[in-house]
Design a protein around this ligand. Structure first.
Ligand code: F0G
Length: 463
């Protein structure tokens, strides 16, 4: 680590775990990461932070910002990681333990001018977490949690996944010399993601169930075997995922946007980004809180329904169904954490149909950025938030794109060929997608044939 960094043995760097329900405080969780008293989740907290005095580690906010900026010129692995560069706001590894890092984070913030027009806002940006080493946002949390797994001496790590967590976990386990076990729902994850976990050497089990069924099996397994659980109930994952929000604020010169919009599945990511925003605000790093809103697919909308039907008081698990397989989740583990974020930041929860999501994905592609289907619910949801007046035209908005466009090429190809919704209940609504579709043209290998295709395209666009 950076020899000029402050003394991480000081009390300001101590972290502990606190149950979000009953407040039980512990230093080391059981293997299922559930509170032994009430069964709820833990979160990391930092008893040494002097929140009321606006400092985390004894340094004023400006000194911390300068320290993080200076690390960009360092060559050490921890400093070139876009996660560990912000380690003052993370749990510390013990002396002699290095982080397992693939130089995650450091992801771009893009302006989306076409999408801004279609959503009805003047200025829209996207932070593309799909530009991480394994092409999804999961890497920022995996570097922290996998490093803690290795520090604790585990040989095996495991997760249940819709494909991105498993790809990320398998990579970090391999880098850290650990074995990994992946439980995924059979036939319901994209080939790209499945192939990643195979390539990184995971023992990959396709279970005849959905994501929620995989979670149930794994929660029992970790109670019986010495396996370290790397799902987002693991609070060390949440801590690493916080850094996407810290990096975003740095990219915006510490002036928060009015709104941040995030896709919601198991609800770990919205919890993490919100935790970071709240902590940054408490520590005087940002002057106010952006509103953080969560968007779900209509067929996998238990959180949306919890807010609509039960005022967030309870969540009723459901059988989830959506082509955005990454967020095909009916019983999100972190819903209480996400609810707290929505309430504290004043954000909203929305849902989008399959067709709205598919259209939004094509529009993000047309801006030259691209993303996987689950990420595109953010733009679809933003359109609705603008329509209902929650987001105003002049307000600044950042979408969090969670996965790379190449994660699910089958969805993209079927969209452009026009058969994505064939034989589904959405077929009728899908006619609005025609103007975005660009099926590949099969032509004779002649200049004339290609020139004619070009002319036809120009004619159609002029109409
Ligand atoms: N976007 C993508 C691309 C995802 O892979 C996920 C979740 C989400 C959004 C939702 O994030 O669960 O934190 O609310 N994927 C998990 C997985 C469940 O196993 O890869 P969340």
């Amino acid at each position: 680590m950076n020899p000029t960094a402050p003394d991480t043995k000081s009390p300001a760097y101590v972290s502990r775990l606190r149950c979000i329900q009953c407040g039980n405080v512990i230093d080391r969780a059981e293997q299922d990461f559930r509170c032994p008293h009430c069964g709820d989740l833990f979160e990391v907290f930092y008893p040494g932070w002097q929140v009321d005095r606006g400092t985390a580690t004894g340094q004023p906010p400006d000194a911390l910002k300068q320290l993080w900026r200076d690390r960009k010129f360092s060559l050490s692995p921890a400093d070139t990681s876009g996660v560990w560069r912000f380690r003052e706001l993370l749990p510390q590894l013990k002396a002699g333990h290095e982080p397992i890092t693939l130089r995650e984070g450091n992801t771009p913030l893009y302006e989306l001018s076409g999408c801004a027009r279609s959503a009805g806002v003047e200025f829209l940006q996207a932070k593309h977490q799909g530009m991480n080493p394994t092409a999804s946002f999961k890497d920022t949390g995996m570097t922290t949690a996998a490093s803690f797994a290795r520090q604790e001496g585990f040989r095996w790590v495991a997760c249940a996944s819709t494909g991105n967590t498993s790809a990320s976990m398998a990579a970090y386990a391999a880098r850290g010399g650990m074995c990994s076990l992946v439980l995924i729902p059979e036939g319901k994850i994209s080939w790209g993601k499945l192939s990643q976990s195979l390539d990184y050497g995971a023992v990959t089990c396709q279970l005849r169930t959905d994501f929620d069924g995989c979670v149930r099996v794994l929660n029992e397994l970790v109670k019986r075997k010495p396996i370290y659980l790397l799902n987002s109930v693991n609070p060390y994952r949440i801590e690493g995922q916080k850094t996407a929000a810290i990096e975003l604020m740095e990219q915006m010169n510490w002036q928060p946007p009015d709104h941040i919009v995030v896709p919601g599945g198991n609800l770990g990511n919205s919890s993490a980004l919100g935790k970071a925003l709240i902590e940054m605000n408490q520590l005087g790093l940002i002057p106010r809180l952006p509103k953080l809103s969560v968007i779900q697919a209509e067929g996998a909308n238990p959180f949306f329904r919890s807010i609509q039907e039960h005022a967030g008081k309870k969540l009723v698990p459901m059988q989830a169904e959506t082509l955005a397989t990454a967020i095909r989740i009916g019983n999100p583990a972190s819903w209480k954490k996400a609810l707290r974020v929505i309430e504290t930041t004043g954000g909203a929860v929305e849902q989008v149909t399959e067709v709205e999501m598919a259209l939004a994905k094509a529009e993000i592609g047309s801006d030259g950025v691209g993303c996987e289907p689950a990420s595109a619910v953010t733009l679809g949801g933003l359109k609705k938030l603008v329509k209902r007046g929650f987001v105003r035209r002049k307000e600044s908005v950042v979408l969090i794109l969670t996965g790379h466009v190449l994660k699910d090429p089958e969805f993209t190809l079927r969209f452009h060929r026009g058969d994505l919704f064939t034989g589904t209940p959405h077929e009728k609504d899908a006619s609005v997608l025609a103007r975005q579709q660009r099926a590949p043209l099969v032509l004779d290998a002649s200049v004339e044939a290609v020139a004619k295709a070009l002319e036809q395209f120009e004619d159609q666009s002029a109409q």
